[in-house]
Design a protein around this ligand. Structure first.
Ligand code: SAM
Length: 205
């Protein structure tokens, strides 16, 4: 995870990074050294409870260059934008309107800015042991209220990201997809084209 951030966000000292679905701010210890004291992290989440825990984390650590915004990833209406980079970890796979969220995220990034998305591409890893364990794992997560049955639907998740990647590849010509954990984990990263007309990039894959 740390390696992914370092490699995919690029040089970002002094920059403003937007974290979409920031949760309690688990990723900030990785992001803050990248933006430095002169940079800023903006955390967005639609859960007031998550943001409250994130605020407590920032206060306890003495991080003053973090702002928190309660908003839906598919709206992101309360940002003045644009930002230098967007990072979203383990959120977009469950957002109700993935196409709108992805389009909005790219709109908010400056031309030349980076977008890094970390998520599950499939809920069932391509490994015999995990294939065997999957029904148990799914039952446990659904019973505990951590994931909904829809979120654990492998075919649905794959189809969502096929659509999501097709949208992203029209907006980010250099989009790269990397997989880890037996193909279940996915990092998507790319750069908004430096010119303002990002629509003239390339056809969807
Ligand atoms: C699994 S947590 C990941 C949190 C954090 N990014 C991390 O890596 O620890 C997913 C987060 O996405 C948020 N989330 C889910 N759907 C959202 C939406 N439509 N808009 C904003 N936040 C959303 C949840 O409230 C939750 O905090």
């Amino acid at each position: 995870m740390a390696l992914s951030y370092n490699r995919t966000i690029g040089r970002s000292a002094g920059s403003t990074v937007l974290g979409v679905g920031c949760g309690t701010g688990n990723n900030w210890p990785l992001l803050l050294p990248k933006v430095g004291a002169s940079g800023q992290v903006i955390g967005v989440d639609y859960s007031a409870g998550m943001l409250e825990r994130a605020r407590r984390r920032a206060d306890k650590a003495g991080w003053s260059n973090i702002s928190l915004i309660e908003d839906d990833a598919a709206k992101l209406a309360h940002l003045d934008g644009p930002v230098d980079a967007v990072v979203s970890a383990w959120c977009l796979g469950i957002v109700h309107d993935l196409p709108t969220a992805l389009t909005r995220i790219v709109e908010l990034v400056k031309p030349g800015g980076r977008i890094v998305i970390l998520d599950f591409a499939q809920s069932r890893p391509d490994h015999r042991f995990f294939q065997w364990m999957f029904p148990l794992h799914r039952c446990a997560l659904v019973a505990a209220g951590i994931d909904s049955p829809e979120d654990m639907d492998d075919a649905r998740l794959k189809a969502r990201w096929e659509t999501g990647k097709a949208i992203l590849s029209t907006l980010l010509p250099d989009l790269v997809e990397e997989r880890f954990f037996h193909n279940a984990g996915m990092i998507l990263h790319g750069t908004r084209p430096p010119r303002s007309d990002s629509s003239a990039s390339k056809e969807p894959r």
